[in-house]
Design a protein around this ligand. Structure first.
Ligand SMILES: CC(C)(COP(=O)(O)OP(=O)(O)OC[C@H]1O[C@@H](n2cnc3c(N)ncnc32)[C@H](O)[C@@H]1OP(=O)(O)O)[C@@H](O)C(=O)NCCC(=O)NCCS
Length: 176
C-alpha cells in the first residue's frame, strides 16, 4: 500500500480530518475522559497520512504559539490531536506523521521547543520518540473561565532550540 504524507493548512484541511477525529473521539467517548470538556485550539497545520484505497489513516495537528516560560516569551510548536484509524494502528503511521510534524517545526526556524499533552498511557509512545516529561506547571485559557492550571493531561517537550523542563509555562491561549 502506498501512502502519501502532506502538511496542509489547518482550516482548509479540517473537512478531511473531521471524520477521523469524530471516529476516534466520538461524544460518548469524550464524555468519559478527564479532558473531555476542555476547549482546544484549532490546528494551524495538519499532517495527513493518506492512502488512495483507505483515505485518511493518521492525523497530527500542528499549533504555533507564543507562550511564556517563567515570564519570558518563547515560541512553542504544539502537537496535538494525534490519531490513527483504529484498523490501521501499529503500522508506523503515527510515528511517520509525528516525525513530519517535528521536521515542519524545525524548518520554521523560529520555534524554540515542541510541546504536547497526552494521557499517561500514551506517554511511553512519545518518550520512545525523544519527547521529555515537562515537570513544571502549565496554565491555559478556557472560555468563560479565563486562565487556569492545565493539568488534566501530561505535558511533554521536544528539544528544538531549547528544552524547558521545569518552571511555569503559560500557553497564552487555549490548549492544544
Ligand atoms: C496513539 C496512536 C496515535 C498511535 O498510532 P499508530 O499509528 O498505531 O502508531 P505507530 O504505529 O507509529 O506506533 C505504535 C506502536 O506500534 C509499533 N509499530 C510500528 N510499526 C509497526 C509494525 N510495522 N508492526 C508492528 N508494530 C509496529 C511501534 O513500535 C509502536 O510501539 P511502541 O510505542 O511500543 O514503540 C493510536 O494508537 C491512536 O490513534 N490512539 C487513539 C487516540 C490517541 O490516544 N491519540 C494520542 C493522543 S496524545
Amino acid at each position: 500500500m502506498s501512502i502519501e504524507i502532506e502538511v496542509l493548512n489547518g482550516d482548509a484541511s479540517w473537512p478531511v480530518a473531521e471524520p477521523l477525529m469524530e471516529a476516534v473521539w466520538p461524544p460518548h467517548v469524550l464524555q468519559k475522559l478527564p479532558w473531555g470538556e476542555v476547549v482546544f485550539a484549532h490546528a494551524d497545520l495538519r499532517v495527513l497520512v493518506q492512502s488512495e484505497e483507505q483515505g485518511l489513516l493518521c492525523h497530527v495537528g500542528i499549533f504555533r504559539r507564543e507562550v511564556t516560560w517563567n515570564g519570558r516569551k518563547l515560541r512553542a510548536g504544539g502537537i496535538g490531536a494525534v490519531a490513527t484509524r483504529e484498523d490501521c494502528r501499529r503500522h508506523g503511521h503515527a510515528s511517520i506523521a509525528l516525525n513530519a510534524a517535528v521536521q515542519t517545526l524545525r524548518h520554521e526556524g523560529a520555534i524554540d521547543f515542541g510541546m504536547l499533552f497526552c494521557e499517561p498511557h500514551n506517554a511511553p509512545f512519545y518518550a520512545a520518540r525523544g519527547w521529555q516529561l515537562y515537570e513544571g506547571e502549565v496554565y491555559a485559557e478556557q472560555p468563560e473561565k479565563g486562565r487556569l492550571r492545565f493539568d488534566v493531561l501530561t505535558p511533554y517537550i521536544f528539544h528544538i532550540r531549547r528544552s524547558p523542563l521545569r518552571g511555569v509555562v503559560d500557553l497564552c491561549g487555549l490548549p492544544w
